[in-house]
Design a protein around this ligand. Structure first.
Ligand SMILES: Cc1ncc(COP(=O)(O)O)c(C=O)c1O
Length: 396
């Protein structure tokens, strides 16, 4: 095989069907409702990983170009999934790293203000705080919970009227499951001259989202939750035209970075930096993670995010009333819905203890910040729900 051949592996999503866990035959829990934490690896993901390992085991460096092409194919798929162009995406190691890189690369001016939200996962706060300390910015904290109502948006508008450079918000809040009103947030931010960074790891793959239609400026998303890939692979969307200062740069950040490997006399340190998001791909990449990601994304693409969203809502519709009957208080918003169904447990009970007891009975769920969080995805069948409720009753 020549090193310029196409990748010998291609995703095969033909066995991916709503409510069917054929691709997850090894899964121990009868109801895996933890896709907001880490997804299990499907047979397709394991097939992609095996194909890459076999290829590198056989050909070493000659495999490199094949899998680089695979990553370009993936970049196209990810771009299509969020309505972006491929050159607007950088493949990076984690959601957190996408925020860190954006926070370091934005052309700040001392005194710029960044609006963040208390209650968010720290991924979308810590890097902005560090950028504030480094570049002399001010971080303003608003309440994430309030974004479900007019009051929260009015509070945001009021804060923006004092001037802001950026609003950093999640597409879906990790503990309540609130899908934040992104279109409204972007509209308010842009009207005030601010850009918007979205942490979308709790949305992409289950909640339809289009960066171009929304007008989002930056978006970061990791693989291992709703995209159903492996840990250590993520992508950052940077709107074409957004200026990035090359503060996070490495050998692959330059134009034509590999030329010196093939032509004599080409080893230089002054090549211009790439001008798009790919500048942030600084060195060797998590090749295995991005092979896994294409396998899982192809399944999501084949079913369709809109169909997955509807399926997951039907699952929540079936589960939620039984929990409310048993004294749980649902945090599900009437319209701003996501893949997460979160409920506060009855007074005097502990969400973490309930989650542990459920796990022993074959139901995998989580308990972030005192809530019981259920996060089904496309392989979960609706007929699991009565058994989930029986398991809950058996917990006592
Ligand atoms: C909203 C949100 N952002 C970020 C993360 C962390 O992402 P990563 O580990 O890819 O940085 C999580 C969960 O782990 C999360 O729920």
């Amino acid at each position: 095989m020549s090193p310029t051949d196409e990748p010998g592996w291609a995703p095969d999503p033909s066995a991916a069907r709503l409510g069917d866990r054929t691709l997850f035959e090894g899964l121990a829990s009868f109801a895996y409702l933890n896709h907001a934490a880490i997804s299990p690896m499907s047979r397709e993901v394991r097939r992609a990983l095996g194909a890459m390992m076999d290829d590198y085991a056989r050909d070493g460096v000659d495999s490199f170009l094949r899998w680089q092409r695979q990553r370009e194919r993936l970049r196209g798929r990810l771009a299509a999934l969020i309505g972006a162009a491929p050159a607007e995406l950088a493949l990076l190691p984690s959601t957190t790293r996408t925020v860190v890189d954006a926070a370091l690369s934005i052309p700040w001016r001392a005194g710029d203000r960044v609006v963040c939200f208390a209650g968010e996962f720290p991924t979308n706060v810590t890097p902005w705080q560090r950028a504030a300390a480094t570049f002399g910015l001010e971080v303003v904290m608003l309440e994430a919970d309030s974004l479900g109502g007019e009051r929260g948006l009015a509070r945001l508008a009021e804060e923006l009227s004092r001037g802001a450079r950026l609003v950093a918000v999640s597409a879906v809040e990790f503990q309540t499951g609130l899908a934040t009103p992104l279109a409204e947030i972007v509209r308010l931010a842009h009207a005030a001259g601010a850009e918007v960074f979205v942490d979308a790891i709790q949305a992409v793959g289950v909640v339809p989202l289009d960066v171009r239609a929304l007008g989002v400026d930056y978006l970061g998303c990791g693989s291992h939750k709703w995209l159903m890939g492996a840990e250590g692979a993520a992508f950052l969307y940077v709107r074409a035209g957004a200026e990035l200062v090359p503060r996070v740069a490495g050998w692959l950040s330059h134009e034509d970075p590999t030329r010196f490997l093939f032509e004599p006399g080409q080893l230089r340190y002054d090549r211009p930096f790439k001008r798009d998001a790919t500048m942030l791909e600084t060195g060797a990449i998590n090749a295995l993670g991005f092979a896994a990601l294409e396998a899982s994304v192809a399944c999501i693409e084949a079913i369709g995010v809109a169909a997955i969203f509807e399926h997951v809502q039907r699952y929540h519709d079936a589960l939620e009333p039984a929990l409310i009957e048993r004294g749980f208080a649902s945090e599900r918003h009437p319209t701003l819905r996501s893949g997460i169904l979160s409920l506060r447990p009855p007074a005097g009970t502990d969400a973490a203890a309930i989650a542990r007891a459920l796990r022993e009975r074959g139901v995998a769920c989580s308990s972030p910040d005192g809530r019981l969080r259920f996060a089904p995805h496309w392989p979960n069948a609706l007929d699991e729900v009565p058994r989930v409720i029986d398991a809950l009753d058996a917990c006592g």
